[in-house]
Design a protein around this ligand. Sequence first.
Ligand SMILES: [Zn+2]
Length: 459
Amino acid sequence: MPAFLIDNLKILNEVIEMHWVWIQNTFAKKQIQPRNKSQKPPMRIRTLLNQCHYLKSFVYENEKLQQHDGSMSVIVDIRPRKNSQPVCSGCHQRGGVYDHLRERLFEFIPIWGMTVFFCYTMRRVNCQACGVKVEAVPWCDGKNQLTKAYQLFLARWARKLSWKEVAESFQTSWDKVYRSVQYVVEFGLKNRGLDGINAIGVDEIQYAKGHQYLTVVYQLDQGRKRLLFVGKERTVKTFLGFFHQLTPDQIDSIQYVCSDMWKPYLKVIKKKLPHALHILDRFHIVAKLNKAVDEVRREEVKQLESEGYEPILKKSKYCFLKNEANLTVHQEERLSELLKYDLKSVRAYLLKESFQAYWQYQSPYWAERYLKLWCNRAMRSRLEPMKKFVKTVRRHQPLMNNWFKAKKAYSSGTVEGLNRKINLVTRKAYGYRSYDVLKIALFHTMGSLPEPEMTHKFC
Ligand SMILES: [Zn+2]
């Protein structure tokens, strides 16, 4: 073997030797240590709570299982951190401890079908500004027994289910669900912004089996449609209530207002929004026309009956009222049969159909001309309800024309959709006992209100 090769082999052996020693040393040092149990705390309820509902100046401890009100409950004690001073509920400044009150339970979000309570002994603060006051705690407001997190949890579910269903799902009462929704809505109303509203709509809603009215105001802006106001009855005073909560600048920013033909509303709009373009809403005009057509039909049914004719008009209401596109096959056949007769109802129906052309115009001028022609024709129809409708139209003609001036921007679909949604809420079996409850429910579903902030999303 050549000498240079023998030298290289020697070097190679030395290198391998060195590596081997290094490998042995390393593994000897890195032997796996036996697990020290005291290093990692076991998973406890408080570990979970600190993850999802951390309290800055308080500590969770001592979780226990206990019977409470006939069901198994998890009770978690809370105590203040060492040397932390209580916060005054009056001025939110810290102060010295005056004394301790009795232990109280606060209901938190249930887990695995068990109720959860925080148990805490409230302190009283010796506040320099307010005197002796109960402390404020971050998980709860005032005298409430439900924690904020639980209230927000229930209120969020109350958007998806009826209040009764929420109460049943989480083994709580209807009343607690209601109070939770109320808390969230009140927070939202206090913290919402009312700047930059460009278009509003005002509407009247029947409730309580149609005996009473509500006044509602919506924001109708593109991309921002929400309920702004709910007031009892439909008087001038009610609607003025909406303007009382706005600043003069906020009122000035309103450029468009949609309404129906209810006089008190027209009066308030004239007074409060003289600068805005007032549009009579198409949805309400169509509804009035439909009502007139139906009146003609009902009178004719009675008349035919008393004169002893066949009841050809029976069950024909929706053949005349529905849009042609929405008729069922049966209704369509029925309608084409009815149109062969010389009936008042048919004349009213044809007038209603020809009124639709009015909405197709682009120019306010031509729309107005068409409306005048249509009104003359309707007046010659000798149908009293239709003549009454014409009188209404003539009275409000300039406002109707504003719809074209606004370039049809606030279509009937928007107002109709909101109107339908409101009716759905009012009719839904939430078990509303009063106007106040209904108002809370309406704002909760349609107010787009801001919610109290939580670091963790519980649902
Ligand atoms: Zn104070």
